[in-house]
Design a binder for this molecule. Sequence first.
Ligand code: FES
Length: 88
Amino acid sequence: MSAHRTAISQEDTMPTVIKTVNNGPLRIKGAFRVVDHDGTTYDLDGRRTASLCRCGHSSNKPFCDGTHNKVGFTTDDQKPASPEDDQN
Ligand code: FES
C-alpha cells in the first residue's frame, strides 16, 4: 500500500461565499454544488464561481443570464435604518 497525498490548496480550505449583487444575482464563490428540486446536480465542470438568478426572469434558471438588467430588477439589500439613524 502506497501513501498517496493530495495537495490541499488554501482555496479549498476557505469557506464558500455567497454574495448579493446589488440589483442582480447571488454570486457563489468557493466549492459548491447546485442541485435542482429533483435532486439532479448541475454539471458545472469544476467551476468555483456561479451567479444564481434572484429576479426570476433568467432563461437559464437557476443561473443568471443578465436579464435582470433588461427588466430593471432592483433589490432592497440595505439594512433597515435604525431609529438612531434618524436622530443624527
Ligand atoms: S438575477 Fe440575473 S437574470 Fe435574474
